[in-house]
Design a protein around this ligand. Structure first.
Ligand SMILES: [Zn+2]
Length: 211
């Protein structure tokens, strides 16, 4: 957890913020804050983990958090602590029991994360606790997949993000170093997502099916 600032430093920082706000160029209002989780599951990362900027989200990027300490530690709290330690960020963490929202989000825009180099200006990043999901021993639990599907679907609806823009980190890594969240995992996830959305929107399906 971040060390609290001494009172004088805090007041100085506060005064600085006020001055910055006065100088800041006019930006479109981000709308009201949005929470995609219950209040108890909102855990904002320390300020050093993300950019000050707000961005209009147009992609959802899925990750695994790379946890190598055993399945029993595939937990959102561990994802949080790891991100805080390495000063990186994602908007959400998902484990087999719950979803945590880790960054401020608004109706029109979201906090710019440090989650996928080169794509942070457009992406909402989602970390799944775990690693190497394509290996049989490391496949994520059914509930973790179900929670991720529900979250992704909610975000697609809320920010009008199309199916084609739900991607894996390995598809958004210009250096070709990333493998998360696994080619097979993502292919299966996409099938489930497509089926899920087709089932949930029968009116829309009928409309598009008509010539
Ligand atoms: Zn990643």
């Amino acid at each position: 957890m971040p060390r609290p600032l001494p009172r004088r430093a805090f007041l100085t920082a506060l005064a600085g913020l006020g001055a910055a706000a006065l100088r800041a160029p006019a930006q479109p209002a981000p709308g009201r804050p949005v929470f995609f989780v219950p209040a108890a599951d909102y855990h904002e990362l320390p300020a050093g983990c993300y950019a000050e900027n707000l961005i209009p989200p147009s992609e959802l990027i899925l990750h695994w958090d790379g946890n190598r300490h055993g399945r029993e530690l595939w937990k959102v709290a561990v994802t949080y602590e790891t991100l805080a330690y390495v000063q990186q960020s994602a908007h959400f963490a998902v484990d087999n029991q719950r979803v945590w929202q880790l960054l401020p989000m608004y109706q029109q825009r979201v906090q710019e994360s440090y989650g996928a180099k080169g794509y942070n200006k457009i992406a909402v990043n989602i970390e799944l606790a775990g690693r190497d999901f394509d290996l049989p021993d490391f496949a994520p639990g059914d509930n973790q997949v179900r929670l991720t599907l529900r979250l992704v679907s909610q975000l697609m609806d809320f920010y009008a993000i199309p199916f084609e823009k739900v991607v894996g980190h390995y598809e958004r890594d210009d250096r070709g170093l990333k493998q998360d969240p696994g080619v097979q995992f993502l292919a299966a996830f996409r099938e489930q997502l497509a089926a899920d959305r087709a089932a949930r929107t029968p009116l829309k399906q009928r409309f598009f099916a008509e010539p």
